[in-house]
Design a protein around this ligand. Structure first.
Ligand code: GAP
Length: 429
C-alpha cells in the first residue's frame, strides 16, 4: 500500500486534499493521471450501463436536496455508526472496528476505557441562504440514490421507459466517516456510480434481477482486469443490512488490509418510493401501460464507489516482475493509451516524424510524449503509469515508414507501418 500511495503522489494520480494547508482528513485530490483514470472508469461504466442498453436512462441530480428527502429516506434517523471515545485521550473510533480498537489499546500504558457506544449520524450538514441566523440547515447527500428516487415520477412521465427499467447516476456523496482511512478507501467526500433498477413487486422477479446484477458486476470488474481470485460475494447477515435493504450482497476485494467492500447490490423493495410518496404526498405509483394496473415498483440497486474502484484497479494492477514495475491497467482505463518518442531526442528528423505521429494519434487517443532520458528509462516511466503501448521512431522509420510498437505487459516489440498504426491501436484498445 505504501508503494502504491507513493507512486500515486509521485506520478500525479492522487494527492492528499488541501495539502499545502496540512491536508483535511478524509479528502483527496486527483492529479492529471488520476483524473484521466477516473474519467475512463466512469465513461466505461456509463457506456456499458446506459449507452449500450435500452432499459436504462441516466440522470444527474443535485448534491443539496430538500432536507425532507433525508427524513423520508430514513437517513436522519438511521444513517448512523456506533461511536466510542477513549476516556484517556478522547480519540473517537467506530465501536464495530475491533482491529482499530485493539490497535489503539497498544498506544496507552494502561488499558483504555471506552465510553458506551452512541449513535453517530453520518450526514454532513451545510447551511443555505444569505440571512445570518435564518439560514436553512441542509445536508450534502449521503448517497446519490435519493436523487434518482425523487425523480422517478418525472422520468416515467418524460420518457418512454417501461418496467423493468433502470435509472443510472454518477456523482459525489459525502459522509462524516468516524474513521476515514486506508488511503481513499474510506473518505468523507467520494463519488458513487449507481443503478436503481425498478421491477414488478414480485418475490421471484426480485430474486431473478438480484442474481442478474450480481453476475453482471462480477463480470464487469473481471472484464476490466481485476483478478477473479481476489473478488468474492458476501451476503449481509440479518442485523447488518442498511435500514432500506430487504437483502444485500457486497462484492469484496482482497485488499492489502483484508477483504473489503468494493460495491453493494441491494434489494431496496419499495422502501424509497413508498416513503417519498408518504412524505411528499405525491403519487409515486407506476401504471402499467397495457393492463393499467398501478403499483409501487421494487428497486434492485447496484452501488459502487468510483474512488474505491479506482483504488482497487491500482492495487490489483500494480505488478513487480524481475525488477520491473508496471501498472497492469486495462487499456480502456489506462490514463494514456500510447506514448510516442523519438529514439534520440537530438535528431531533428526523428523528432519531427515522432511529433507528426504524436499529433495525429492525439486526435483519437490520450497520448503521452516523452523526449527525455534514454529509451529504457522512458519505457520504465510509462510502465509505471500503466501506458499499454509505446511507439518509438528510429532511423529505420525514416527509411521504410515503420515504427516499433511495444506492449507494456509482455515488453515485446513489433514493427508496424505508420499508416496502419491507428487501426492497430483501435483494435487493441
Ligand atoms: N446507495 C447505497 C449506498 O450508498 P453503501 O454501501 O453505503 O450503499 C455504496 O455505499 C458504495 O459506495 C460502497 O460499496 C463503496 O464503494 C462506496 N463508498 C461508501 N462509503 C464510502 C466512503 N466513505 N469512501 C469511499 N467510498 C465509499
Amino acid at each position: 500500500m505504501n508503494k502504491i500511495a507513493a507512486l500515486c503522489k509521485r506520478r500525479g494520480f492522487i494527492y492528499p486534499g488541501s495539502e499545502i494547508y496540512g491536508g483535511l482528513g478524509g479528502t483527496w485530490d486527483y492529479g492529471p493521471l488520476g483524473t484521466e483514470l477516473k474519467r475512463n472508469i466512469k465513461n466505461e461504466w456509463w457506456k456499458d450501463v446506459v449507452q449500450l442498453r435500452e432499459d436504462i436512462v441516466g440522470v444527474d441530480g443535485s448534491i443539496i436536496m430538500n432536507p425532507k428527502v433525508w427524513a423520508a429516506s430514513g437517513h436522519i434517523e438511521a444513517f448512523v455508526d456506533p461511536l466510542v471515545e477513549c476516556k484517556i485521550c478522547h480519540e473517537r473510533l467506530r465501536a464495530d472496528h475491533i482491529d482499530q480498537i485493539e490497535e489503539h489499546g497498544k498506544s496507552h500504558k494502561e488499558k483504555p476505557k471506552w465510553t458506551e457506544p452512541r449513535k453517530f449520524n453520518l450526514l454532513v450538514k451545510a447551511y443555505l441562504g444569505i440571512l445570518e441566523g435564518r439560514q436553512q440547515e441542509v445536508y450534502l447527500r449521503g448517497e446519490i440514490t435519493q436523487g434518482v428516487h425523487v425523480n422517478f415520477r418525472s422520468v416515467v412521465d418524460s420518457t418512454r421507459v417501461k418496467i423493468p427499467f433502470g435509472i443510472a447516476q454518477i456523482g459525489k456523496a459525502f459522509r462524516n466517516e468516524i474513521t476515514p482511512g486506508n488511503f481513499t478507501f474510506r473518505s468523507r467526500e467520494f463519488e458513487q456510480m449507481e443503478v436503481q433498477y425498478y421491477i414488478r413487486p414480485e418475490t421471484k422477479e426480485g430474486e431473478k434481477r438480484f442474481e442478474y446484477w450480481k453476475k453482471f458486476w462480477m463480470d464487469w470488474y473481471t472484464g476490466f482486469g481485476i483478478s477473479k481470485n481476489k473478488l468474492r460475494f458476501r451476503d449481509h447477515a440479518d442485523g447488518e443490512r442498511a435500514h432500506y435493504a430487504k437483502a444485500a450482497t457486497d462484492i469484496e476485494y482482497e485488499s492489502p488490509w483484508g477483504w473489503s467492500e468494493f460495491m453493494g447490490i441491494h434489494h431496496r423493495g419499495d422502501w424509497d418510493l413508498s416513503r417519498h410518496q408518504e412524505y411528499s404526498g405525491q403519487n409515486m405509483k407506476y401504471q402499467d401501460p397495457e393492463t393499467k394496473e398501478e403499483y409501487l415498483p421494487w428497486d434492485i440497486e447496484s452501488s459502487a464507489g468510483v474512488d474505491r474502484s479506482l483504488l482497487f484497479f491500482l492495487i490489483d494492477g500494480y505488478t513487480e516482475d524481475k525488477g520491473r514495475i508496471f501498472l497492469k491497467l486495462h487499456p480502456k482505463l489506462a490514463p494514456y493509451k500510447v506514448a510516442v518518442f523519438p529514439l534520440l531526442a537530438n535528431k531533428p528528423k526523428l523528432t519531427g516524424l515522432a511529433r507528426r505521429i504524436y499529433l495525429d494519434l492525439k486526435t483519437d487517443f490520450m497520448i503521452a510524449w516523452d523526449g527525455r532520458g534514454n529509451i529504457g528509462k522512458r519505457y520504465a516511466s510509462q510502465d509505471e503509469i500503466g501506458t499499454p503501448f509505446c511507439v518509438t521512431v528510429d532511423f529505420q522509420s525514416l527509411e521504410d515508414d515503420t515504427v516499433t510498437l511495444r506492449d507494456r505487459d509482455t515488453t515485446k516489440q513489433e514493427r508496424v507501418k505508420i499508416n496502419g498504426l491507428k487501426k492497430i491501436l483501435r483494435e487493441k484498445i
